[in-house]
Design a protein around this ligand. Structure first.
Ligand SMILES: [Zn+2]
Length: 160
């Protein structure tokens, strides 16, 4: 995280004002060895990741040979069967999902529905008029649930 960055977590605003190094002696963490299939060459490969890398979606997607940090994986190749089986969602639903991803941030898995909706209104994705906002928000929420991308309770939402 860079100094000056602001972000929200659990409805609270934070600003990073400084950073410094801190050595923790003898800190043991679990590193997991993972097996996957490289989306570029379709070869199986193994990689390692800590729990925090896993939570932050920082696990290697490609094998050593195909490594390309920053280049998005082309999911249309079908190398990721879990995703390719899912129904397509509309561009607006995809945008609402993006807003949800950024609202959830890196750590929290669950946020209040109201927080997500407020972000969507703030981004101009859904109208501020109460009734129409409610109608379209719940419509796209239902589509994302149906697509298996999110799950909701009456008051909260999380990514799947
Ligand atoms: Zn590869």
């Amino acid at each position: 995280m860079k100094v000056g960055k602001t972000f929200r977590q659990r409805g609270q605003q934070y600003e990073c004002v400084d950073r410094f190094e801190y050595e923790r002696p003898a800190t043991w963490i679990w590193i997991y060895r993972l097996r996957s299939t490289c989306p570029d060459c379709n070869r199986p490969f193994t990689c390692t990741a800590s729990k925090s890398q896993w939570k932050k979606n920082q696990i290697s997607r490609r094998c050593e040979r195909c490594r390309a940090p920053g280049r998005p994986v082309d999911v249309s190749k079908g190398a990721s069967p879990k995703r390719s089986g899912k129904p397509k969602i509309s561009p607006l639903a995809a945008k609402l999902l993006e807003v949800l991803r950024s609202a959830i941030g890196t750590e929290d898995a669950v946020i209040p529905l109201a927080t997500w909706k407020a972000h969507c209104i703030a981004c101009g994705l859904i109208g501020p008029a109460k009734n129409s906002a409610r109608a379209s928000f719940s419509k796209y929420k239902r589509k994302l649930v149906a697509a298996g991308l999110i799950s909701c309770t009456r008051t909260t939402v999380k990514l799947i």
